[in-house]
Each structure stands twice: as structure tokens, then as C-alpha cells.
Write a new protein. Structure first.
Lengths: 229, 504
């Protein structure tokens, strides 16, 4: 890989993607709040959604949590993986979760293509999102299965690379010599981040965790300076 | 005491002719859009029947409303809060489009564009969602006037607990009986939709109690659709936002009654202000079933009570609103005369739309092919008054709808309504003179002559200003507090409103 391309993909792209993600998300939140929605299609089709949405969302959430864990505590992961049995356990769990998410993706995609009502509310951006997610999940699985062991790649290569970006001393050379599929997995994430604010994916930011802390009822006075008592 | 005002509507079911003018007025005004075709913010159901969406009262199925745990403690039947977060990806009890109906139109262009053929071209039904031809299997009001009653009327949940003999009678064609039930959002005091919304996009307006969805905050988690026991929050599949009856607040803010009420042909609808005590909502919603109705009615305050007036002034309710509250026809029917009840108080949302239950004819039998009324020949005026069991619409059925099964409440109301009828009939037949027997009958229904006259007047010959006593909203003042009018000089309206398009 040429150095220019390497810098483009592993330095310029991530910073540009992050800038887009933050700036466009904020702008969209402020200027076009009506456009932010999870755009559920459950009213139109429910049965296939059950088999697609639940495996996909939970699979992705667990996988993502794992990735974040690795990012912040790479040494703990290395320690855990020091014993082969524990390494296998981690790898198998990861692969199983990814396969679960992939199964959900396949069902969701089939549902979107085959159900005429769901197709009616599908935008081109939805296909972009599906494509990126497929690339992301399949490349991740490929790393895990084809190039053992993903966990080691992550702590040894990807985590230092990400931190180099965070501390503004990017080291693309960490990633560029490694197998193409790992690079695809990384680049796909930056692309994901870049398109994120332009798609329905923004609904991730609105996951309403604060709900658990709020009272059941909500009363709003339409007249300013009126105390709602 | 924390006094707040509530715009409330009352439906006089004895006057409803089931013409659906209200539904059509509402549809033309608000839901004639992509994604909203299937929504009927106002709908009229034939009762007995399963309603719209089909079987909405079955909370074992739909999980709407609040669940009683113990005295003083209730929770959503749908979910606790962590459950809500877990179920966001797939709501296990969301009604499907088929539970409402698959919206359709007809392909009229086929009448003009069809190629030459030996047969007449037809306007085939096509889906309003996909545009593809569809077979229509249901549609709003397919059960109108007991149409398809095998499928619909027989499955009405409120018939549960009725004597099998009575049920059989109701199904016989000679004795068949039905009434109409118009429904809009109940703008509850303890709305389950608000409780269920994880984004807290739904709220109750402090000044008039209207429950609204802030669509800028709605993220289509669709818990409101499931949580509303009346199924009056709808999910717009096109915009990806929830929508519901807004009680025509843009009309009311300029002094007009809601479109459904305004267009009502039978003039069955009344609009007025009710004052309620926000402090008691929680406790009133969490009493055992048999005390629910009384607790809810107790939360409504007397606008003539000096203590209430003082508390209302303290809460910032203006004199003009208090004046309107004192003239509220809804207050008259609900609290003064006590002949209007909320629909299904057992859902514990404290619905703020009220219904005067309908009267019904006497049960008849057929002997030797002659229809015979099931009453004695003497005292024909008083038969139903004293024998409400002879009414074709079983008291228990009405009790299941309006009073958590308490028949005594319904009997009292029906007796009052019959008493007014008997009183007025005697008065007009006897040249204005009322005999002692009739006076006694009035008294036994817990009414005096003045009340009977007032009920008669407000029921039969009210003017539009007596039916709709609307408060002044002073929007011209409040809008200036929210926006600087000079900043919007020359603009249409106040500020930019995002077009309601599907998100990207």
C-alpha cells in the first residue's frame, strides 16, 4: 500500500469522519429534529422483524461493548488471553455474537427486499447503511476466523493505532502492513462514522437511557414563565 | 390543592345517530396524508362490537393502561422502565396494521386507461401504501350497525359476565339492540402514553390538559401505541413519528370548537372546562377497582367553591377561565347532575372525555307473529323506570363500559334520564301541569323540577354557545412571549416549521 493511500485511509479519513459525525449530528439535532427517528417499520411487518431486529441489535450491542472494552483495557484482555482456554472462550463468544448479528442482518435485509410495504418506506440511504454494516460484520468475522486470533490483532495493532489518533500523533504505519481484511474492517468503521449522521443511524444517539430516571408523567406549560406546579 | 384546567368533551350517546360526520370532518382536517390514512383520531363504533382497532379493549392482548398492584401503587401494564429499554428493538405487543385495517383506494384511472376489451373496466382496489392491487378483507366500520355481528358484536368484551340468556336475547333479530360509541383521545389525567414514552416526547399541556406528541422529540420507539388502553395513539409509517388526536387545539386557540364536535349532526357533543386537582391524580388512579370511578370524579373540582377559586387564582388560572369553568356544560352533566361517566375507568388513565349512557327500547317478545312488549299494560310510562332489567341494552353491559361493572351507578343515571322524559311528557300532555305521581317519580330519581328542566334544556334544545363553552386562550399574548413578532415581520406564521417528511 502506498504511503499516500495509507495516510488518506488511516489518518485523513478518520479525522474527517469524526468531524462529520460530530458536526452534522449536532447540526441535524438543532436544525432538523423532525428527521431524527428510528423509523420503525414494525407496524407494517412484525414477524420477520422479530427474527431480524432482536438478534441484530443485541448482537451488535454486545460486540460493540467488547470492542470498547478492548479499547480501554487492552492489557486486561491480553492477560485474559494468556491462557489458551480463555482465549478460545473469548474468540468463540465473539464469533457467536457476530454470527447472531449477521443472521439478524440477513433476515432484516431479506425482509426489506421482499416485503412490498417495507420496500415502500425504504430509502437509498438504507441500502448504504446495510452495505456498510455487512462489510463491517463480515470483515470482522473474517479476521476472527480466517486470521487467528482477532483478539490479539485488536490489542496489539488496532488499539495502539486508535490511541495514536486520539492523542493527535497518528501512526498509520501500525495498520498498513497488516492483511487487507483487517484494513477493510478498520476503513469500514471510518466510513460508517462518516455516513452515520446522514442516515437513520443517528437513532443510536437517541437511545433513551434517561427514561429510567424520569417520572411517569410530564406536564408542560405552553406559556413561558408559568410555573407548572 | 393544585388546580389545573382541562378541556373536556362530553358525548350524549342517547343522541348519537352513528352518521360518522365527526370522523369524516376529522379525517379531512388532520389525517388525509401519507402514513395517516389508516388513522381515525375520531371514530364511531357500533356497540356491541369489537371496535377499532379490533378488540382494543382486550388489555390481556394489547397491554394498555395501568395495572393495580396494591393500594397507592400502580404500574404500566406494558412495561417497567428497564423493560422499555430492552423492548425498543421489538415491541412484543404492538398492534399491526391489520388490527386497524390495510388502507386502500381504487384505481380509478383504470376506468379511462384500460385497453379495449369486451368487459367493462373496473376500478380495482389498490393499497394506499404500495399501490399494488389488494383484496380488501376489512375496513373501518365493517361492523357498522351490527354488520358481521358473528365476528364482531359477539366478541365484545363488555358482554362478558352477562347472563347467557340475555346474550342470546341480544342476538335474536327481533330483540337486537345496538348503540353508537364515538371515541377520540381521552386526554387523560394519568395518561399511559406519556408514562410509556421513553423519549418523553409526549406531554400534557398544563393550561388545558391536551395531551400532545412533540414530533421533534419522537423517535418512533412506539411504546405509546401499545400503552394507550384506548389505542388512540397511532404510528405514522411514513414520517416515522407517533400521532394522536390534538383536540383541535389550533381551532380552540382561536375560539372554535374541535372539528368533530362542531360538525356533529346529532349535536351530541359538549365542550367545556373542568378544573381538577393535580395533587390527587396519583392517589385517585391507584385505588381498588370498586372505588376508581368515585375517586376520579372526586378529582374534578367545583369551580364555584371559594377555596377552589382561590387555589385556581394562585395557580395562575385567569378569571375568564374560571368564569368559563362555572358555565361548563360538561361540569353540569358530570358533576352537578351526575349523568355522564368516563369510558372504562378501570384502565386507570383517568379519561377526561365523558359519556351519557344511551337509553334503549323495551324488550319485546313475539307471540303468534305479533310483537308484544314485555311490560304490563298499566302505568306504561313507568315501566322501564322501575324495571330497568326490561331495557334491551343490559344495564350490566353499560356498567362494563362506563362504571367498572357497578350497575347501581348506571341504574341511577338511567332512572334520572327516564324521569326527565316522563316528567316532560306529562307536562306537555297535560298542558304544563304536572301531577303528584310524576313529581314523586322525579324525587325518587333524585331530581327536582328545576334540575329536570335544566337537563331537558341542555339535552334537547341547547344553542351552539351553550354546548361549546370555550375559554379564551389569549394566544395573541402568549405567542409574543415566545417569539418576537418584529423578528418575523412579513413572514407567514411565527418561525420556521420543518416539513413533516420521513427522516433520512
Amino acid at each position: 500500500m502506498s504511503e499516500t493511500l495509507s495516510v488518506m485511509l488511516f489518518v485523513v479519513l478518520p479525522y474527517a469522519a469524526l468531524a462529520l459525525a460530530i458536526i452534522v449530528s449536532v447540526l441535524r439535532w438543532r436544525e432538523a429534529p423532525f428527521s431524527i427517528s428510528s423509523l420503525s417499520t414494525q407496524l407494517l411487518e412484525s414477524r420477520k422483524l422479530f427474527w431480524g431486529s432482536i438478534p441484530f441489535h443485541w448482537g451488535i450491542i454486545f460486540i460493540l461493548t467488547g470492542h470498547i472494552f478492548v479499547l480501554f483495557l487492552p492489557s486486561t484482555v491480553d492477560w485474559w488471553n494468556g491462557v489458551p482456554l480463555r482465549l478460545y472462550a473469548l474468540e468463540i463468544t465473539g464469533v457467536a455474537l457476530a454470527l447472531w448479528a449477521l443472521f439478524g442482518m440477513v433476515v432484516l435485509t431479506y425482509r426489506r427486499l421482499s416485503n412490498s410495504k417495507v420496500r415502500r418506506v425504504t430509502t437509498p440511504m438504507d441500502y448504504v447503511v446495510l452495505t456498510i454494516l455487512f462489510v463491517q460484520i463480515i470483515s470482522g468475522l473474517w479476521v476472527a476466523i480466517g486470521l487467528r486470533f482477532g483478539a490479539a490483532w485488536a490489542t496489539g495493532v488496532v488499539v495502539p493505532y486508535i490511541w495514536s489518533l486520539v492523542v493527535l500523533q497518528p501512526k498509520p504505519e501500525l495498520i498498513s502492513p497488516f492483511p487487507l481484511v483487517l484494513q477493510i474492517h478498520v476503513v469500514a468503521f471510518w466510513v460508517f462514522l462518516a455516513v452515520f449522521p446522514f442516515t437513520r443511524l443517528v437513532h443510536i444517539l437517541t437511545y433513551p437511557v434517561m427514561y429510567v430516571t424520569k417520572p411517569w408523567q410530564k406536564v408542560v406549560a405552553n406559556v413561558p414563565n408559568t410555573k407548572v406546579r | 390543592m393544585r388546580v389545573r384546567a382541562q378541556m373536556s368533551m362530553m358525548f350524549h350517546l342517547d343522541k348519537c345517530i352513528g352518521c360518522h360526520t365527526c370522523s369524516v370532518a376529522c379525517k379531512n382536517l388532520w389525517t388525509d396524508r401519507d402514513g395517516a390514512e389508516y388513522m381515525w383520531w375520531n371514530n364511531v363504533e357500533t356497540r356491541p362490537g369489537t371496535g377499532y382497532p379490533t378488540g382494543w379493549e382486550d388489555q390481556d392482548h394489547y397491554k394498555g393502561g395501568w395495572k393495580f398492584i396494591e393500594e397507592g401503587k400502580i404500574t404500566l401494564r406494558l412495561q417497567n422502565k428497564p423493560e422499555a429499554l430492552a423492548n425498543l428493538f421489538f415491541n412484543p405487543v404492538l398492534p399491526q396494521l391489520e388490527d386497524y385495517y390495510d388502507p386502500y383506494t381504487h384505481k380509478y384511472s383504470n376506468l379511462f386507461d384500460a385497453p379495449a376489451s369486451d368487459e367493462q373496466p373496473t376500478a380495482i382496489p389498490i393499497s394506499l401504501i404500495t399501490g399494488e392491487p389488494i383484496g380488501i378483507s376489512s375496513s373501518p366500520n365493517w361492523d357498522d350497525d351490527l354488520g358481521g355481528s358473528e365476528l364482531y358484536a359477539r366478541n365484545d368484551l363488555s358482554l362478558d359476565g352477562l347472563d347467557p340468556g340475555v346474550r342470546e336475547q341480544m342476538e335474536e333479530i327481533e330483540r337486537v339492540v345496538f348503540n353508537y360509541l364515538p371515541r377520540i383521545c381521552n386526554h387523560c389525567l394519568n395518561p399511559a402514553c406519556v408514562g410509556a414514552c421513553p423519549s418523553k416526547a409526549i406531554y400534557k399541556r398544563a393550561e388545558d390538559g391536551i395531551v400532545l406528541v412533540n414530533e421533534d422529540k419522537c423517535r418512533a420507539w412506539r411504546m405509546c401505541v401499545s400503552a394507550c388502553p384506548y389505542k388512540k395513539v397511532y404510528y405514522n409509517w411514513s414520517t416515522g413519528k407517533s400521532e394522536k388526536c390534538i383536540l383541535c387545539f389550533p381551532r380552540m386557540e382561536v375560539g372554535e370548537s374541535p372539528a368533530c364536535a362542531h360538525s356533529c349532526v346529532g349535536r351530541i357533543r359538549y365542550m367545556g372546562v373542568l378544573l381538577y386537582d393535580a395533587d390527587v391524580i396519583e392517589s385517585a388512579a391507584s385505588v381498588p377497582d370498586d372505588q376508581l370511578l368515585a375517586a376520579q370524579l372526586d378529582a374534578i373540582l367545583d369551580p364555584s367553591d371559594p377555596a377552589v377559586i382561590a387555589a385556581a387564582r394562585d395557580a395562575g388560572i385567569g378569571e375568564d377561565w374560571l368564569d368559563v369553568a362555572r358555565r361548563s356544560p360538561v361540569y353540569q352533566f358530570v358533576k352537578v347532575w351526575g349523568i355522564a361517566l368516563p369510558l372504562h375507568p378501570e384502565f386507570r388513565t383517568m379519561a377526561m372525555m365523558f359519556y351519557v349512557p344511551p337509553l334503549s327500547p323495551v324488550v319485546s317478545t313475539i307471540e303468534n307473529k305479533v310483537v308484544k312488549l314485555d311490560i304490563s299494560n298499566k302505568l306504561e310510562d313507568f315501566e322501564l323506570f322501575d324495571h330497568l332489567d326490561k331495557a334491551r341494552l343490559p344495564v350490566q353491559y353499560l356498567a362494563n363500559l362506563f362504571s367498572v361493572g357497578n350497575e347501581a351507578v348506571i341504574r341511577q343515571i338511567l332512572r334520572k334520564m327516564y324521569a326527565v322524559r316522563i316528567y316532560k311528557r306529562h307536562q306537555s300532555l297535560n298542558g304544563g301541569v304536572v301531577d303528584d305521581a310524576t313529581r314523586k317519580l322525579l324525587a325518587s330519581a333524585d331530581l327536582n323540577e328545576n334540575e329536570a328542566e335544566a337537563i331537558y334544556k341542555l339535552t334537547t334544545v341547547p344553542t351552539i354557545d351553550e354546548r361549546f363553552v370555550l375559554p379564551p386562550y389569549h394566544r395573541e399574548v402568549t405567542i409574543e412571549q415566545l417569539n418576537d413578532p418584529l423578528a418575523y415581520k412579513g413572514a407567514v406564521g411565527m418561525g420556521y416549521i420543518e416539513e413533516p417528511r420521513r427522516g433520512w
